[in-house]
Ligand binder design. Structure first.
Ligand SMILES: [Zn+2]
Length: 524
């Protein structure tokens, strides 16, 4: 229930469906503790600051507070650049906890930076909160059943992610207050990760200046981290053509802008054969006319152009040539190439990942109830996956550069090149659920999401405590980073004249937000 799930007078109200889940959660929070299934002891005694943050995060009211925030953001399901309610809920929560919050950063209304403490070291936590289009799905229903067919949904778990970072940051702040250690903790509220937009602009605006290390997080079904190079670099650009309109049945003097888009797509599809196999390329036609009997004088196509850091710029230049060739062939004008964003591959810091892995093992996989396993098995059955329930095994640290890196991208890539960074992947999702798919939306709501994000928050907070209180550990990260950045100094792919596309998804959210709010009001 959207409106009522907001924090009101310090208390968060929620609808009956959430109350039902809460009844189950009362039992689970009592069972949760930071050593549920710890697989190995840390190599030194656990510092009092770390014990404190883990205990604070284990409190039932803490788990409930951030669980409800996650569920609220899940129900808002706001697309990138339009995350007004999600961003405000997180920023307000941090502000109420004593952080100084700067909003509307780097030219993006939903970007915020929350800061607490003073002096060195400065530790940054990344947090995402955007949803994906067309994935609407009822929470914890193990078959496709949209809340509103065609509406957005949280198909990547981002509802849990900035929430976990905020919980961790507040825990660290409380430890700072209690034990009085020096340092600064920052939460970088990062919009539009699904369209890879915010981080290059945030770096360009200087938001990460002086940050000594960064802890990223992502929701998943395992509890793990990795180091090394991963993912693909990417340019996200819209190619817009201008033609000349006329009656579709007498088009002799017209120029179809749609013809230019189609010819460009034919050219790029022939280009594929000659691209190095690490590439990925996909597009959607954004504008292609509205009726066959009116020659479209405007058409545009949105491309994701992905390859390794070494190859992506050359590939982008070839795609631009395809656009120019299509304009020449049709007589249309290539009016604009609007680069929304451009990102590097990730290069996660090994020392940071090793530090995080110890804390992941200290926290351990959450204990899942039989009801949670039953739900997970039902979802797995529906998807034709092995019916093994929620995960119980921990993963070992992995070297991501050993794997084929083709595929996805993340704007965290640029952050890894300006500060030592690694990602804590925390549980909560169902193994076998498909990313960017209704099955992941279903699984990211309610008790498993609450437990997963809580485990993630603990690993993030414990890692931040290590970085803030153990200078010799932070030095390992810094030394590795300095060495790497001497060889690969950061040079943004983002064109200097690029501006964040703040209008992105506005029409879609203007359409869906009131309908979703109405739905939740009626289904209280
Ligand atoms: Zn994601």
């Amino acid at each position: 229930m959207i409106e009522q799930r907001r924090m009101e007078g310090g208390k968060m109200k929620h609808p009956k469906s959430v109350k039902r889940i809460l009844l189950g959660i009362v039992a689970l929070v009592c069972a949760l503790s930071f050593s549920t299934q710890a697989t190995s002891a840390p190599d030194t005694e656990i510092a009092k600051e770390k014990t404190f943050v883990l205990e604070w995060l284990s409190q039932p009211q803490t788990i409930e507070q951030f669980g409800l925030i996650s569920d609220a953001i899940w129900s808002y399901a706001e697309l990138g650049m339009q995350e007004f309610k999600s961003s405000a809920l997180l920023a307000d929560t941090l502000e109420k906890a004593g952080f100084t919050v700067e909003r509307g950063m780097a030219g993006m209304p939903t970007c915020f930076v929350a800061t607490y403490g003073s002096g060195k070291p400065v530790i940054g936590l990344l947090g995402e909160f955007d949803a994906l289009p067309m994935l609407s799905q009822k929470g914890r229903v193990p078959k496709q059943d949209p809340v509103l067919a065609g509406a957005p949904g949280h198909g990547c778990g981002h509802n849990t992610m900035c929430t976990a970072a905020a919980a961790a940051a507040i825990a660290v702040k409380k430890a700072m207050d209690k034990y009085g250690f020096e340092g600064t903790i920052k939460v970088f509220g990062s919009p539009a990760e699904e369209t890879l937009i915010s981080r290059p602009y945030m770096i360009r605006a200087g938001l990460f200046e002086g940050v000594d290390a960064v802890i990223d997080n992502h929701s998943g079904s395992g509890f793990s981290t990795s180091y090394g190079k991963g993912g693909n670099a990417m340019f996200s650009s819209v190619f817009a053509f201008k033609g000349k309109t006329s009656h579709g049945a007498s088009p002799w003097n017209a120029i179809s802008a749609l013809d230019a888009v189609e010819l460009m797509d034919v050219a790029t599809n022939f280009l594929r054969e000659h691209l190095f196999y690490t590439y990925r390329m996909h597009y959607v036609i954004k504008e292609g006319g509205e009726a066959p009997n009116v020659v479209p004088d405007r058409a545009s196509v949105w491309y994701y152009i992905r390859n390794s850091d070494e190859r992506v710029e050359e590939m982008y230049a070839k795609v631009i040539n395809c656009a120019k060739a299509a304009a020449l062939a049709t007589g249309a004008e290539l009016e604009e190439i609007r680069c929304y964003s451009a990102v590097h591959q990730r290069h996660a810091n090994k020392a940071a990942a090793e530090l995080m892995q110890k804390n992941i093992e200290l926290v351990g996989m959450p204990d899942w109830t039989e009801e949670e396993h039953v739900y997970a098995r039902a979802l797995q059955k529906e998807l034709g996956e092995e019916e093994k329930g929620m995960p119980t095994e921990m993963s070992e640290i992995s070297d991501s550069s050993r794997h084929f890196v083709g595929g996805g991208s993340s704007d965290v890539g640029d952050v890894t090149l300006i500060a030592p960074t690694a990602t804590i992947r925390f549980p909560g999702q169902v193994p076998g659920a498909i990313g960017h798919h209704w099955s992941t939306v279903s699984a990211n709501y309610g008790s498993t999401a609450w437990k997963g994000l809580n485990a993630g928050a603990k690993a993030i907070a414990a890692s931040a405590i290590d970085m803030l209180t153990r200078p010799e550990e932070l030095k390992k990260l810094r030394d590795e980073f300095e060495e790497y950045s001497k060889k690969f100094p950061y040079k943004p792919f983002l064109p200097e004249n690029a501006e964040p596309p703040v209008e992105l998804n506005r029409e879609l959210m203007d359409k869906w937000r009131p309908l979703m709010e109405k739905y939740y009001l009626e289904h209280e």
